[in-house]
Write a protein of this length. Structure first.
Length: 782
């Protein structure tokens, strides 16, 4: 096949580039002439050189191999340089060079010269290459720096554009969210807008589009339902009080009773000086019910937050939920049910509290119903536990208030945080001072005792005047708040003498107890210690006489050891007038109306019964006493006329003292309005005591001594024991005069005043006194 033929197409054989020996040595492919070698081109030589517009094709140029007698030629059709290979000529020339020695030497010389030239050229090429390499590296570094700088600039502009785009997207989304309801979705919008399906042609595509839209709506509805259920479950958990309380240094109240309202009120008042506090209540009730009941109490929280949680104090998991280990005080309330069951539950609660692995930061205040269980609870709780036996405390207070009219109001002022209360604090500047001088060193407080450091922190009420304060001793005072008092300069006080050095003799008394309490035997023993020999104690209730003696003996009372009193038993119902009329009500010095054991579980029912008994007794007394004999000498008490029914009962109340045990504080308004009884709010007083012990556990030792039948107690003294009629004195002078009888005067009540003033201001100011005034003192029991 001729290679010069125009119609011929290139073969796929490799002979075009690597000719085979048969092809080279064939006669048809041998060169015709050395001057005109054959070329792989269809373009004539003369036409290519003479054509002015012709240019060689821009194809890749390959390195040619040098060969003698061979000329390079270019093939414009295939774009590469090729050389003729003449094997025969090469063989002939090589044979001639071997035979001629001159040519051999010339070749060696030429090789040496070419080697030198090559070396020189290589050195120049090497220097040139190094310069090129350095310049190339510099150019590369510059290019890298330019690229990095350009990238940073581009990134900066890109981030700026992204921020602008995000802001635009957020603004767009806000506008869309404001314009759409929460139930609108992109799927529903795409369906409602008919333009979204305008491009769909035919029934099939439109059905698919609608199916996709409904599928998206269904999936979104499912997701929305799951999210809604999760949120509802979380809110329900929070609403029911199942979440954990993340608080510390808070007051924790375990249980629920009628005392909770008064307790919360006292804690709120105590935290007011601190700007408020945290009180956590956990009981086996629904959280919403607890919050609703607390809201009904309608008292000002004054910055204090009350958190309610539903749970059992017997379960450690529930205790951890209210951060029991981080509470500064834990109050365990007694249940309103049976006393033994309530104390048993309180004991189990103390066991659960002592079993907390993290330990307790604060102390435990336990309200008990029976005095006999106090030892067991302290044995289990150890040094962490402080007990308040509510039933026993109220019984003792009722006896004290029955013997001293007006003492109930003083106890309310001292126990609550609304007026003045007990505080213990260390004052180093008083070290080395006698207690007699300490008494007049506080302008805004009244010292009552000393916490002796050398005796293990024991609190001594009403110490001797000669006692000298030592290092570490703390002073017990009555003050308005813990930050409202401080010792001042010692004033100059004139020491006078008592108006009369005489002792008030004990007179025989006749006392009536209406109702039956659990601790009746304890009240009888306390009355036997307080009353004068020959006194009578009448007991009027529905318990059979033989059953009474059995209960008293079971309670530990030995009837044969009663020295000062004689028991008189009467059976009857205290709310039936006919039964009450069988008693000599006009002859009793004091009448105590007790919350009967049969109805004490219901505060409202017990108070209704006590109130009915009070009104019946006062009415019977008013009917039996002559009008002129019932006239009072200390002025009108209230706005009721003497001829009215309540006015007559007020006149009868001046002849005898009636103390009613009230469980519900709401009954207070009824009794305070009529002023026919000197009442005792048992639940409120117990709540006050619990709050004080929760704030400072040291106060419990003070209260226990004041409530006990031995040691010091509160007394109301006549002014004629300390001064003469019309004598002008300061309160400091009265304090020093009372020290001659080892009494501490903490307040007074003027003749025409309805309430006593505890810790009066301006103690060094002189004023005129009357012998009909009374003073409140702390003194040893007679």
């Amino acid at each position: 096949m001729s290679l010069d033929s125009a119609e011929a197409s290139p073969s796929s054989s490799r002979d075009w580039f690597f000719p085979s020996p048969s092809f080279i040595h064939s006669t048809s492919n041998s060169p015709q002439s050395q001057n005109y070698p054959r070329k792989f081109s269809t373009i004539p030589r003369h036409s290519r050189s003479s054509h002015t517009d012709w240019k060689p094709p821009k194809t890749s140029t390959f390195r040619t191999v040098s060969s003698s007698g061979s000329a390079a030629y270019g093939d414009p059709k295939y774009g590469r340089v090729r050389r003729r290979i003449e094997l025969r000529r090469r063989e002939k020339m090589a044979k001639q060079e071997k035979e001629d020695p001159v040519l051999e030497q010339k070749r060696d010389v030429s090789k040496a010269v070419s080697g030198v030239k090559t070396a020189i050229g290589e050195m120049g090429i090497r220097d040139f290459g190094q310069r090129v390499k350095i310049r190339w590296q510099m150019a590369s570094y510059i290019a890298i720096l330019i690229t990095a700088f350009g990238s940073l600039v581009h990134k900066n502009f890109s981030l700026h554009n992204q921020v602008i785009d995000l802001q635009d997207q957020i603004s767009t989304m806000n506008i869309r969210l404001q314009a759409c309801n929460t139930s609108d979705t992109f799927d529903t919008i795409s369906i409602l807008q008919e333009g979204n399906h305008a491009n769909s042609e035919g029934m099939g595509p439109r059905l698919v589009s609608v199916s996709i839209s409904f599928g998206g709506m269904l999936i979104f509805a499912m997701m929305l339902g799951l999210v809604s259920d999760a949120i509802s479950e979380k809110l329900d958990s929070l609403r029911k009080g199942r979440s954990e309380v993340v608080e510390q240094n808070h007051t924790l109240i375990l249980g629920w009773s009628d005392k909770l309202g008064s307790l919360l009120n006292q804690l709120v008042i105590a935290n007011e000086s601190l700007g408020g506090g945290i009180v956590v209540v956990m009981a086996e009730r629904d959280k919403e019910e607890m919050e609703l009941d607390i809201a009904k109490m309608e008292f000002d929280f004054r910055g204090t937050s009350v958190i309610c949680r539903s749970g059992s104090p017997l379960i450690l998991a529930d205790l951890k939920k209210v951060s029991v280990s981080k509470a500064r005080a834990i109050v365990v309330l007694a249940d309103d049910g049976n006393a033994d069951q309530s104390d048993a539950r309180a004991l189990r609660t103390v066991l659960s509290l002592t079993g907390v692995k993290e330990g307790l930061r604060g102390h435990i205040v336990v309200e008990l119903s029976d005095l006999d269980n106090e030892v067991l609870v302290k044995l289990v709780g150890g040094e962490l536990v402080e007990t308040v036996v509510a039933h026993d405390v109220i019984g003792r207070l009722m006896i004290q208030c029955a013997r001293q009219p007006g003492l109930a109001q003083i106890w309310e002022d001292i126990l609550g945080f609304e007026n003045c209360e007990f505080y213990i604090k260390r004052w180093p500047q008083l070290d080395g001072m006698q207690f007699e001088d300490v008494l007049i060193s506080f302008p805004d407080a009244i010292p009552c005792g000393v916490k002796v450091a050398s005796r293990g922190g024991k609190i001594i009420l009403n110490p001797e005047d000669s006692y000298v304060l030592q290092g570490g001793d703390e002073v017990l005072v009555i003050a308005e708040d813990d930050d409202t008092y401080a010792p001042g300069a010692l004033p100059m006080v004139w020491r006078g003498s008592l108006a009369g050095d005489f002792i008030v003799p004990k007179l025989t008394e006749k006392i009536l107890l209406c109702g039956w309490r659990r601790d009746m035997e304890d009240m009888i023993m306390v009355l036997d210690a307080f009353l004068a020999p020959g006194s009578e104690l009448w007991m009027f209730n529905e318990v059979v006489e033989s059953e009474r003696e059995r209960k008293l003996i079971d309670g530990g009372l030995d009837l044969s050891r009663l020295v000062n009193i004689t028991l008189v038993h009467r059976e009857g119902n205290a709310v039936i007038r006919r039964h009450l009329e069988s008693l000599p009500l006009e002859s009793f010095d004091s009448i105590l109306i007790l919350a009967d054991e049969s109805v004490e579980d219901s505060a409202i029912q017990a108070d209704s019964r006590s109130l009915a008994t009070l009104l019946l007794i006062r009415d019977i007394q008013a009917k039996r006493l002559p009008y002129r004999e019932a006239m009072v000498t200390r002025g009108q008490r209230g706005s009721f006329s003497r001829g009215s029914w309540i006015g007559e009962m007020q006149q009868a109340s001046d002849r005898s003292v009636i103390i009613s045990e009230i469980l519900d504080p709401r009954t207070k308004n009824l009794l305070s309005m009529s002023k026919i009884s000197d009442y005792v709010l048992s639940n409120e007083l117990v709540s006050m005591a619990l709050a004080m012990v929760a704030e400072d556990r040291q106060i419990n030792d003070v209260l226990e001594e004041l409530f006990a039948e031995e040691g010091n107690e509160l007394h109301i003294r006549l002014a004629e024991l300390y001064l003469h009629e019309g004598e002008e004195m300061s309160f400091y002078e009265i304090i020093l005069r009372a020290r001659q009888k080892r009494e501490i005067v903490i307040g007074y009540r003027l003749e025409n005043a309805e309430r006593a003033v505890i810790n009066p201001p301006n103690k060094n100011e002189r004023r005129r006194w009357s012998v009909k005034d009374v003073f409140v003192v702390i003194t040893e029991k007679e």
